[in-house]
Design a protein around this ligand. Sequence first.
Ligand code: SF4
Length: 354
Amino acid sequence: MSISSLDDLLERCRTDPGGRTKEEIASLLRLTDPGDMAALWRAADTVRREKVGSDIHLRGLLEISNYCRRNCHYCGLRRDNRAVSRYRLTPRTILDTVEALDRQGIRTVVLQSGEDPGWSVGQLARLIESIKGRYDMAVTLSIGRRPPEEWRILRDAGMNRYLLRHETACPTLYERFHPGDTLQDRIRALKELRALGVDIGSGNLIGLPGQTPEALAADLLLARALEVDMYGVGPFIPHPETPLSNVPAGSVKDTYKMIALARLILQNVHIPITTALCTLDPAARARGWSRGGNVIMPNATPPDVRGHYEIYREKGVGHAALETTVESIRGEIHAMGRSVSTSRGGSLKRSATS
Ligand code: SF4
């Protein structure tokens, strides 16, 4: 792409993101020249500054269970992996951890697990009510697909947000890697949550076998159509006990390009720098925050079980205490001239204090 047509396309992304086509987005994903990619990072950073400001939000990630009834081909928590030690945190441990997050001034807790039928909707609702009754904190759930009648119960208990990554917007790829599940069901769940007034987050994997730049562009078009409030992009990392154990990890560069394009195309959304990207690139936080990102999710899972949440093998190997991690993140943010948000950091699309 010539410099003038690249500059022109990036400017059209900035001023008219809704008009951009799959082919245009795919052409930006194909950039390889370092100067061209630097122009993409600059454009994303400009839109981040205009739409989101300089704040970076910290969300405490608490992995409440690693049981899962699903069998996704890329994930070490899949049901058929008998080599993983399964755990389920008690409500007491969860509340103690939320207390620690509160002491750190963190205003969002993300309760994450596999699709674990061991957590009933009543238990989850009581847990959410306990958190909301004690702390000024937004509660995000990231626990997979649940029966639709449960969404309302969880919302009424105080759930503010829900993360449910669609992973790939290509129906064929989706069904190949998610046995027994369809992209349509995933999209329906996101729409049901949105209809209940819950902020929704989606996202995609980078590096699935067969994924093309057009398929990745379709991920962003789907997120745009769903009007998501958050969008996360993570590189695939192989786990030895999965059917994709021999597939190479997703490209770090492609992940950054998708983060930048998510900022350009979706604009007023929260974009985390994912743990998977931080695993592959030790400089991911600073790079990601200067290429469109504005969120980080420090791992608050108790160190004694953290290593068992092995979506991929290297995940959670760090045993740093929460206080140490948060302090180092704050230092990095200030060193970049950015600020640490003190708000709950709800939807940028709606004024509700979600
Ligand atoms: S990706 Fe999620 S739903 Fe799929 S196996 Fe892993 S934890 Fe379960």
